[in-house]
Structure formats: C-alpha cells, structure tokens
Write a protein that binds this ligand. Sequence first.
Ligand code: AKG
Length: 248
Amino acid sequence: MTPEQEVLFRKNGYLMVEDAIVGDDLKRVQETFLKGQAAAQEKWEGDGRSRGFFDIPNVLELDDIYLDLMSYPSTFPIMEKVIGPDIQLIGIQARTYPPAPEAYIRWHRDCPPFDHPQYALKSKLFYYLFDVEENGGCTSFVPDTHRSVEDIPKFDTPEEMPGHIKMTAKAGTAVIFDTRLWHTAMTNTSQSSRICLIYNYAPFWFKQYASTIEQALRLDEKVSDPMDRQLLGLERVSGGNPYVPKVA
Ligand SMILES: O=C(O)CCC(=O)C(=O)O
C-alpha cells in the first residue's frame, strides 16, 4: 500500500486497484466462474426463493485460483495493512447479480462505526471479473461515511442517495473498502449480469462464516502456505488462538 493509497483509504473508506488480475489468471478465473455459475443458477432458479443474486457455493475448493486470489500480490499487501497482522478470511462470495427492476440490496453498512486507532476492522475486497458499466449494478459508496454516527437516510431507489460514487470497473479491477462505509449495489438496468468475487476479511477474533470453516477443514491437508493457513483459520496467529486446536 503506497502512502498515497493509505491516505485515500483512510479518508474515503475505499480504494480501487485497476488491473489487479490480468492475463492468464483473469482468463482462468473468468472461465472457472462461468462453469460454476451454470449449476448455481439452475439451483437458484429452481428453489422458489425470491432474491436478486446467487452465489456459487464453496469456491475455495472449486479451483486453486480462488485460494490464490485470497492472498494475491496485487491486493493482499493492502488488505494486510488495512486489517493488521492478525488478518483472516471470514468469507467469500462468488456472486452473480442479474439485471432486475430493483437493486438486490439497499444502502447499509455491515457493522457499526466502532473504531480502532490503526486498523479497519471488517473490510471487503471485490474483484470484478467482467466490465461493469454505469448501469450494470455498480457497487456504490458514500465516501467518508465510515466514521459517521448518523443514521443512513432511506430512499425509494439507491440512485437518490446524495454524494454517492459508482464503482464502474474494467474486468480485473479490485475494490477494497471498510465495511462501515455506507454502501450498496445500484439497480442493474443493463442486459448483463454483474459478476464478482467478494473476499471478506477481519481480525482473527471475528467469527468466520460456517461455510468458510467447513471449507478450511476440508482444505487442511492441501494448504501449506503459513499465511493462507492463518487466513483460513487453520493456524495460530501470533497472539491469537486457532479455531481448530491441534491434538498432540
Ligand atoms: O454487491 C454489491 O455491490 C454490494 C454488496 C454489499 O452490499 C455487501 O457486500 O455488503
């Protein structure tokens, strides 16, 4: 994280990294995503529940690229600086957001504006795998609201929020944000689904999603890199306890 990026992140609450994934890795993640998407879409359409997006389950086990992107050279040093040395992955969502008359979510923040003098406590890394145009259901932020203690104003449509910024993005762009920031997805009025990966990081004492713990346990034998093991909650962090105690 450059000093300029750090100033921007602390001030605005988010940061964009263009060309975070390029070349063969971009092609590979696009291809594996589209393969996994077909089965997830069939299930989504068949389960009779009404919601505006669907996720491919358990992608960490689907292809190594999803593990690689968890600690990827273009983004992870920034995440580590943002969260601190006891960083872990609490969850991952491989999300498809199809066009719809209404956005799938409203303006919100993920957690209250609790503060730490040095670190952002729960932060997300989005990778957009294909271009996202202005009308393509962009993730949007109201900059500099991460420390605000005001209630988020309510509107009929997300577009009415004053001062919001839309994250239009080229394929391979990453966006990192402090989840205290007021954020939403805008209405996707385009002809295409918005496709992204959402990596959700927090300090080690945050609970991981059940699906992350389950995947981590199944990946225990396979993952040897110490930081990847820490991120999955499989290994002790300096000063912390693992969720999975090693039995002697
Ligand atoms: O899909 C988006 O752009 C927004 C997602 C969101 O609101 C969240 O991850 O909390």
